[in-house]
Design a protein around this ligand. Structure first.
Ligand SMILES: *Cc1c(COP(=O)(O)O)cnc(C)c1O
Length: 349
């Protein structure tokens, strides 16, 4: 076996979904965001485990992703598309019964003309300036949109992982003003917003990262572990250099492990000389540059030759690894490579 072993704990995933659900009141529905291949964990497997646990609404970024989720889940659960109804998506939206979150007057017109009576939601921009209708646009279409019974009216917070950020309160006020008096279900919060006071929860929450064990949901159980096989070990003399650019030089006689996995597998190059792998409880520094398929690890201090080293494990979470490399858990997860052997721990087991 020469590729890394990625273990995905669906029981932990389901536990995280339940824990996030328990953070909000009994009348607040908890959906699940499974975009980007379920944050790298495998969208179909993740969605099926969460549907079995009771999730009834799923969100993805694009219609193509929605197709995969519908095929994994079968009829029943609502599959919502953040990018809305894009030109060329009409057949997918119709045939697979997807619910686009309409982001503009143009999308609304396209949807109502192409698929009259088909389900849809509305995405509003309350200050992030990324997706959704702005105040004036929404004012112009609000009555006609609401007359067609959207399944959801939603917006997204820009700074929910910073509870004291003033943008949260401002977006809350904007969302309230834009949705006052409507009867359609409303949604403002992803993982970060779930951890804010209950005024942010409305009728439905849309957690993503927290399900997969990432910050800002501190209580999350880790979902992903990654173990990388050692291909070769070698002895270095003092002064010998390692890897592209010779960026690490042995200061003393050293032992080195060459490990399968590189930036093509999501071990981003910023991890060069900048993170550790683990042999059980013992940290082993990654030395030299990350290359496409390989990393090199200093194992001088180990008393045995390891068959594999762990990069995601109880000692090192997704966020630990992200922080060392100057990024966020989201990027680590969604970069998890397709070459890894994915093994699932079933939710029921
Ligand atoms: C990605 C995304 C989410 C999920 O966010 P997390 O921070 O991962 O919980 C929810 N809503 C929208 C609009 C998103 O783009």
């Amino acid at each position: 076996m020469s590729t890394g072993k990625l273990k995905i704990d669906l029981a932990a995933l389901v536990a995280n979904w339940r824990a996030l659900d328990a953070q909000t009141g009994p009348t607040v529905e908890t959906a699940a965001v499974v975009k980007a291949n379920g944050y790298g964990c495998g969208a179909g497997r993740v969605a099926r485990a969460l549907a079995q646990a009771g999730a009834r609404r799923f969100f993805v970024a694009t219609a193509e992703e929605g197709v995969e989720i519908r095929q994994a889940l079968g009829p029943g659960p609502e599959v919502c598309i953040f990018s809305g109804h894009m030109a060329g998506d009409t057949d997918m939206i119709h045939d697979l019964v997807l619910t686009p979150m309409l982001n503009s007057l143009a999308q609304l017109t396209r949807h109502f003309e192409a698929l009259p009576g088909a389900p849809f939601g509305i995405q509003l921009d309350t200050g992030m300036n990324r997706l959704g209708m702005e105040v004036a646009e929404w004012a112009a279409v609000r009555d006609i949109a609401l007359s067609q019974n959207p399944t959801l009216v939603m917006s997204h917070l820009a700074c929910a992982d910073e509870p004291d950020h003033s943008a949260n309160e401002a977006q809350l006020q904007n969302f309230r003003a834009m949705t006052e008096g409507i009867t359609a279900p409303r949604s403002l919060s992803a993982t970060g917003g779930i951890l804010l006071p209950k005024e942010y929860h409305f009728n439905l929450t849309r957690p993503g990262i927290g399900l997969y064990g990432g910050a800002p949901f501190e209580a999350a159980k880790p979902v992903v572990s990654l173990s990388l096989p050692v291909i070769q070990t070698r002895e270095l003399e003092e002064g010998e250099a390692v890897g592209y650019g010779c960026t690490w030089v042995a200061e003393a006689p050293s032992k080195l492990a060459t490990v399968s996995g590189g930036y093509a597998d999501g071990l981003i190059r910023a991890m060069s000389n900048n993170t550790v792998l683990w042999f059980g409880d013992t940290p082993c520094p990654l030395v030299g540059r990350v290359s496409m398929d390989l990393i090199t690890v200093d194992i001088t201090h180990l008393t045995e030759r390891p068959d594999a080293l762990d990069i995601l494990c109880p000692a090192q979470t997704v966020d630990d690894l992200a922080t060392a490399a100057g990024t966020i858990g989201y990027e680590i997860l969604t970069s998890l490579g397709s070459r890894y052997t994915r093994r699932y721990v079933e939710a029921g087991s």
